[in-house]
Design a protein around this ligand. Structure first.
Ligand code: NAD
Length: 640
């Protein structure tokens, strides 16, 4: 089942959260998919507004999916969470600033991450069952996903109260506090959504709007202001403890469940936010300072453990509530400098990339990454170097501390040997990005090894040759999780023109060997047609002029013509110096036949292409020549 349904319906871009059994908790992948949809629809003239709703009656979205954060954090991988929050916050800002109306329908629980998706749009609809809250302090975080902005803008000191108590607002409260706009009985929601899908303007919401009743929070506003006016958490707690007012007693009880460091930081964030320079970007930046440190230095792992892992609900927080040192809060909110949140583009600015294998392909790819501002260190067993790339003395030295390790190696055996050496030395949470062309088995083997060490893995073989590597126009065919693919995407954007996510680890290699089986066969077909044309007395240029614009055209003919002096520049014009070496094509054809045998696929053309390249490389001195040198080979032969 798909966790989030994304489609166009009439004039609307439609998003439906679809994990009702998990209260529609937002996973990392859901956030990425939603962001991609927002990006696509921004300039799509067919989409006039975006409508977000959720399956089931119990929740719009009860929060972010924190189980995976716990697993990675416990393994010492804090980078995963940091990437998750950075990408999630970018989505939150995108919804907030979106140039088209965004209408959300918030039934049942809308909490934490759900607020980030549902409460930043232009039209936020609540109903009878709505319960909205920012419960992050309960697990050792602070109100995030841009929620601190709404809390800071809420009347009086309501923000401090809502953030530190995790109070659940009903529809009237949520409208009063600024988390929602319109109360509409839920029975009307389906017909409203249908109208929006068929071109109706969001203005129709006012036709259905009803008064939500009195907001309990409004009635308590004065008392909330009187208790929550202090500078620090300790001031608030002191006032509450000095009182025997039932409100004070109930409030202290609610706060006793929450992480003191989180509550103290929440108060501090709201105070820093209020003022003339308040903005969503500032709110997210402050939140990210805390959340990106929360697993390593805060109470988050303990909070998740107590809430959803052991479910004992007795977390052991770092500090007692009255005794959170001011310095501890300051440390959590210190600027992150080069690791600060970037809302434009992916969170990759200070990425360190190690490139292992600086050959025909790896060297220009590494140079392009360096030129784009990444910190690139390289290593090649043959001692080759690349422009703008710092050289390491060994692969192990190169990968230490790298966020991404990119390998561009000759074959699967070498990849496995290099992986054995470098994986134990790689930083937890780093990404292993293999762009070599290797067998599917080797890709899956290294992917599993990487996972065991808490690393991400993507197999992303390329198409486009050395020309594409130098020009940054490669096509990547990638296998791996959506999260790992997204982590690699900024690199793909620098090194290539297109990246296709083909599926799980190994799927990129599967796509590559199928592509290259076609390439091997079409190159041979193109070469043998030129050889025949020669013997028929047909001029090669005329042959190119006809075929390149007729049904016999192919990449081999049009972009990589094997006849010297004909068509665009290619290795044929350089005495068949590779380019793409014949032995690499032999390797790829071998991989496709190995795979075809494993799955019992009939591939007669691939089999014949393999045999012809085998003869050429192994028996006819084809080694070291470009794979298009099949033309002089065939031209020199007769039929027998
Ligand atoms: P290449 O032979 O020029 O480069 C491979 C590099 O790896 C060499 O410089 C070699 O010294 C280095 N190397 C080998 N073992 C090593 C080790 N243990 N540690 C560090 N470095 C090591 O090959 P290439 O053309 O750059 O191709 C690289 C990969 O890209 C291959 O898998 C190939 O199939 C694939 N590919 C090549 C092309 C192309 O047009 N050349 C196109 C698509 C894909």
């Amino acid at each position: 089942m798909t966790d989030v349904l994304i489609r166009k319906a009439g004039t609307s871009g439609r998003i439906t959260l679809n994990r009702p059994d998990a209260l529609n908790a937002a996973t990392y992948e859901m956030c990425l998919k939603i962001e991609a949809a927002f990006d696509r629809w921004q300039d799509d003239p067919e989409v006039s507004c975006i409508v977000i709703d959720a399956e089931g009656t119990r929740a719009f979205c009860a929060g972010g999916d924190i189980a995976q954060l716990y697993e990675t954090g416990r393994a010492g991988n804090f980078a995963y969470g940091q990437r998750f929050w950075a990408d999630e916050y970018r989505l939150n800002a995108k919804i907030f600033n979106y140039p088209k109306p965004v209408v959300s329908f918030l039934q049942g629980f809308t909490m934490g991450g759900g607020v980030g998706i549902g409460c930043h749009g232009s039209h936020r609809v609540v109903g009878e069952s709505s319960q909205i809250a920012m419960p992050e302090c309960g697990i050792g975080l602070i109100p995030d996903v841009g929620g601190s902005l709404m809390l800071a803008l809420a009347p009086g000191r309501l923000g401090e109260y809502l953030g530190t108590t995790c109070y659940r607002m009903d529809a009237a409260d949520a409208i009063y506090a600024g988390f929602a706009d319109t109360f509409i009985p839920e029975a009307h929601w389906p017909e409203i959504i249908e109208t929006l899908e068929t071109g109706g303007s969001p203005d129709i919401l006012t036709d259905y709007a009803k008064a939500p009743g009195d907001a309990a929070l409004q009635g308590q506003q004065d008392v909330i202001n009187s208790f929550f006016g202090g500078d620090r958490l300790a001031d608030i707690l002191t006032l509450l403890r000095q009182s025997d007012d039932p409100f004070a007693i109930a409030t202290l009880k609610a706060m006793a469940r929450n992480a003191p460091l989180s509550m103290a930081a929440t108060v501090e964030v709201l105070h820093r936010l209020r003022g003339p320079s308040i903005s969503i970007a500032k709110a997210l930046d402050l939140e990210y300072r805390f959340t990106s440190r929360a697993m390593e230095h805060g109470d988050l792992l303990e909070g998740i453990r107590a809430a959803i892992i052991d479910k004992d609900r007795t977390p052991s927080w770092q500090f007692a509530d009255q005794n959170v040192p001011v310095i501890a809060v300051s440390k959590m909110l210190m600027p992150l400098k080069e690791n600060a949140l970037h809302l434009e583009g992916k969170q990759m600015a200070q990425t360190t990339v190690a490139v292992i294998g600086l050959g025909n392909m790896g060297a220009p790819m590494a140079s392009n990454l360096a030129q784009a501002g990444m910190n690139v260190v390289g290593y090649d067993a043959a001692g080759t170097t690349a422009q703008g790339v710092r050289s390491a003395h060994s692969a192990v030295e190169a990968v230490r501390g790298a966020d991404v390790v990119l390998t561009m190696l000759p074959n699967g055996a070498i990849l496995r040997a290099v992986a054995d050496d470098i994986i134990p030395e790689m930083k937890t949470g780093a990404l292993f990005l293999d762009c070599s062309t290797v067998d599917v088995e080797s890709a899956r083997h290294v992917a599993a090894q990487a996972a065991e060490h808490g690393l991400g893995f993507v197999d992303a073989p390329v198409s486009g040759g050395i020309g594409g590597a130098a020009a940054g126009t490669l096509t990547f065919m990638a296998g791996g999780t959506v999260v790992d693919f997204e982590t690699a995407s900024p690199l793909f954007e620098i090194m290539g023109q297109k990246a296709v996510h083909c599926g799980d680890p190994g799927a990129g290699q599967a796509a590559k060997i199928c592509n290259n089986m076609i390439l091997g066969a079409t190159m041979i077909a193109t070469c043998e047609a030129f050889a025949l044309a020669d013997k028929l007395g047909l001029d090669r240029q005329k042959m190119f002029d006809v075929v390149s614009t007729s049904s016999g055209y192919s990449w081999s003919m049009n972009a990589y013509c094997p006849a010297p002096g004909v068509g665009p520049q290619s290795p044929a014009d350089n005495d068949y110096t590779p380019g793409f070496a014949a032995e690499l094509m032999l390797k790829d054809l071998g991989l496709s036949q190995q795979a075809a045998e494993a799955v019992d696929a009939d591939t007669p053309m691939g089999e014949l292409a393999l045999e012809l390249y085998r003869q050429f490389v192994e028996e006819e001195n084809g080694t070291g020549k470009d794979f298009s040198a099949m033309l002089p080979r065939l031209a020199a032969r007769g039929r027998s």
